[in-house]
Design a protein around this ligand. Sequence first.
Ligand code: PBG
Length: 327
Amino acid sequence: MDMTIRPRRLRGGQTLRKMVRETRMDASSLIYPMFVIDGDNIEEEIPTMPGQFRYSVDRMHYELERLEKAGVSQVMFFGIPAVKDEIGSQAYAEDGIVQRALREARRRFPDLYYITDVCMCEYTSHGHCGLLHGEHVDNDSTLEQLAKIAVSHVDAGADMVAPSDMMDGRIMVIRSALDGKGYLDVPIMSYAVKYASSFYGPFRDAAGSAPSFGDRKGYQMDYHNRREGLKEAGLDLEEGADILMVKPALAYLDVLSDVKQETLVPVAAYSVSGEYAMVKAAADAGFVDEDSIICEMAVSTYRAGADIYLTYFAKELAGFMKEGRIG
Ligand code: PBG
């Protein structure tokens, strides 16, 4: 057979295959989302997310230690407060769950990097991501609340804030509030391109944050839309976002790829609770091989353009990267 170009030539053996890999990654790009809950002596498994736990502040060090050992240095905190109210006031309370977790975590693990999710849905009695006017989630009055939450997180020691509410204009308002307090160097990772997704189902069980009426389609994006992702990304950039996130990850790789190509900032992808839960359930049933699926999902996301990957499988992935199984 007369053939000069043979693609298989570059697949002849593990060393060569690794040498010509197009996608490289390491554990410094992983962020582990972690749930902290008010109360004492709590380490409870989340039923819809087997292997993931809610930790009270006095027990979260077990998990932080495991992360540090695994080589994952970036953590994102989600708080679950003991009391919720109409305006989500625990979200910016000085002794709120995230604020206490930050202070304690910084004290015990000063080398980890702490990011916080800035949103109201875990803190409001109605479960929406903003203030209500009747049954409407009011954009502009919510902005001030979000700014207060972000500032209170940084006051308590957050290295970076990540607003996930999807109100218009929140990056601008949060940036100016942070700057006003002298936090000029604290970056904002914006959940810029966040779709209204059923893939968040397990998270809402974990955080008790399902809306008590209606849904989030009035503020999160319609998943039929691709170009609108670039519109959202562009607005957040103009408002001062330092890092743009696309969420969920696996079902939105087209959008991720667009955002990577069209912008000049680091791009993050969040592999959300539903993605995690599906892998766990299918693996538990013996239908797929868990470790291989975790690797393939991660590499696909990086290949599509992610610079940063938020995933509940961060520890496992750090191990696979270290072994050279991927990366
Ligand atoms: C808060 C928030 C949510 C997630 C991250 N931040 C839930 C939502 O928007 O309903 C989802 C994360 C996950 O599913 O893993 N707004």
